[in-house]
Design a protein around this ligand. Sequence first.
Ligand code: GLN
Length: 316
Amino acid sequence: LVIPAWQEFTSKMKYIFESCTDIRTGHVATYIPQLAREDPDRWGMSICTIDGQRYSLGDCKIPFCLQSISKAFNYAIVASDIGADDLHSFVGHEPSGRLYNEICLDSSGKPHNPLINAGAIIVTSLLKKGLPLADRYDFVRQEYVKLAAGGYVGFNNAVFLSERDSADRNYALSYYMKENKCFPDGILSLREELDFYFQLCSLETTCESAAVMAATLANGGVCPLTNERCIDSRPCRDVLSLMYSCGMYDYSGQFAFHVGLPAKSGVSGGMVVVVPNLMGICLWSPALDKMGNSCRGVEFCQKLIETFNFHNYDSL
Ligand code: GLN
């Protein structure tokens, strides 16, 4: 067992989880009504180790939308499908130092990285390019289900519809990228490609399932519960590198410094954290800080690092 003293470990996790319940700062996202209506008091946590030990607390079975968390998994899926070199001929690997939805490109005219909107929209356009949209959607959802060992992966149509209704920025960004020839040849209309992007933001899951997805990344791309390879080993390493440098919006540098773990957050208040070779963690609490990360989620990670030596450089 990678964590032999399981009882002791889980009781410490429970203590950390409960000590974050008191945090009442932050605000839920309000740019669409479906997120504005979320209860800020929701708080769930789930972990899954690379040898399949699981532990969950709080609202761990309540579905939430993946939103930007999907960007990490979509990248890993495309990189496994077409290869990292092909993918990165369209998107860079540098933190942008700008807002996640800013209209800007790097010095070679590409989106800075796959975890900001610009890069994620390009990655989505590469996802099974050439197939009908319905088949592309089915493919991605099936890959998510595989990553989650058959766990819950649903779709929130109300979120999709309102994302699409409030999409001016993503349209502006996409037209700007079209003008700058950022997209691969042979894509559908921008309307269709953006629908697909919004659909993937609207995929929903639970802490329990997302912890398994994170554990698959912690385990080098092989799902610990099914032993099925879901992500090739190189793209798995690559997505963790990107999550480490770019996964937490404009808090990414501070998170890498203080917590030292690859993570990806989303505007729904969800967050996946990977402890490589050990476990995947999913945290969910909708109240966000100024950077757009879950207040309780970030605090949980800080306490985690005070309690255990999980920081990337703790082993030195
Ligand atoms: N779907 C939203 C967008 O693309 C939010 C992404 C996010 O989680 N920050 O703008």
